[in-house]
Design a binder for this molecule. Sequence first.
Ligand code: ADP
Length: 574
Amino acid sequence: MKHSIFFKVFGGFVLIIVALTALFLFFSFRATRAFYLDSLASNLEKLGSSLKFSVMPFIDRDEFEELDVFVKRFGMDIETRITIIDPDGVVLADSEEDPRTMVNHRFRPEIAEAFAGTTGRSLRFSNTVKANMLYVGLPLTKGEQIIGVLRVSLFVRDINKLLASMRSDILPFFILVTLVSLLGAFLISRSLSEPIKELSAASSQVASGNFGTQVYLKNRDELGLLAKSFNHMTGQIENLISELTGQKEELKSIISSIDEGIITLDTDGKILLSNPSFQDIIQSENVDGKFYWEVVRKPDFNEFIKTTRDEKKNNSQEIEFGERTLLCSAAFLSSREELVVTFYDLTKIKEVERIKKDFIVNVSHELRTPLTAIKGYVETLSEDIDEGGKHYMKIIERNTDRLINIVNDLLTLSGVEEKEIDPEFEDVNLQKVTENVMKIFEQSIAAKNLSLIFNIEKDLPSIKGDTFKLEQMFINLVDNAVKYTDEGSIGVELKREDGKVIAVIQDTGIGIPQKDIKRIFERFYVVDKSRSRSQGGTGLGLSIVKHIARLHSGNVQVESTEGQGTKVTIEFPL
Ligand code: ADP
């Protein structure tokens, strides 16, 4: 816990207190020392000034030995060293030493200053007495002339003694103050660090998932406010988490209870979530966290997921999973780049469809033979019957034709309903197909006095397809155009546009009401029943057209205006 707030704050306080105390002691001793030295020097100066009058008579009379005796005695009395120097620097008298043994003193700083006319001061080591001394030099003047220097000096050892006693007086006080300050610093640091420690422990609790953690601080400062906000925040988090957990549980139980298989995949293809229905489909449990290609070993499915991810949009495709056919729908979540894939079981629907189709095909086949027989006998009978009966024979013949048409159309429809594109498609020249078809209708177009507009682009490329089925498609379309047009023209156009071959069959007939256009491709849907019936219509023609177009990856569009005509456009990709 070296880096704890307590150590930082307390350490900071200790540093500041110790540094301040040391600085204070240092400067106060220095100032005291300077002050003592200064007052000692000025005392020495005053002493020297008064001594001047006692020593001047000796100099005046050149009684240097007497002067020496005087200074020795006087110096001992006042415990001060006294030295007299002549203008050449020669020591005339000294209270401590024999002046004759002393060196020239002319250039001692305090003496040089005194010879310059001012009072000189100096604190230094004396070689003569081998101790630190404070010196004050005063010029001895006679009139304007300086005739010598009187130097008074004091052992600094006394000053140091004085300072040492002062230090021992002050130091305990300072130590006490420092200790009290340190105790204060300790208490302040603790009062700061304790709440932070509590807050930090509570944050760790929250981080480890204990969202109900609360902190109770007595502080009335910002830390108290922080604790209050913290408690409010954890309360909010706890509510949010419980709400989210509830929602998650709810979602989980919904997902688990639905019949469709569901998985979500992350960007790498890892399964984030799956439901029991999905696990049932792939016959494996514990799939969460695995990659989808590890659990769904289907190249079709992998391709489907890859395409959805590349295209970044929703997609759906029927995929066989063993005996089952599943409709896989993938939703792309752009915000998280995740995929939600649902698996809808189409097996039963497919089975029902197959049974229905088989039934229709079987019934149609079974009906075709007796119907053909009936038609044959009706035709034979019509020749021998009288005029009264002929009318009824005609009705029987018309209805037999209608039944044969329905049976034929149903058989054609069931033959084109497979969605798969036939791999054995051949190159089909649509120009040839349409020309053959138009030959079939030449007579009926002429009988209705309609003109034929045939417009085929040169060098039209061929498309991949089934010639027979495409012929059937054009027959149905031209048949409708002729059936529902009483005057004007029938147009057939083939052109190439944007990598597609486009076929347009247009007429100037009765047109189709807007509301019916979207329904005319439904089986047995007719706009005007009596008209369709009278024309031998079955309501299956356009269903067949739609399926054949789809079989060739084509797209059919119908535009029509009632009373003006109809335009059917089919686009075949090249
Ligand atoms: P039908 O055997 O009755 O013609 P279709 O499936 O071919 O059945 O057409 C469905 C209905 O669409 C028709 O009954 C008719 O009402 C309408 N229809 C189709 N083609 C045309 C057209 N060229 N002009 C007017 N109505 C049309």
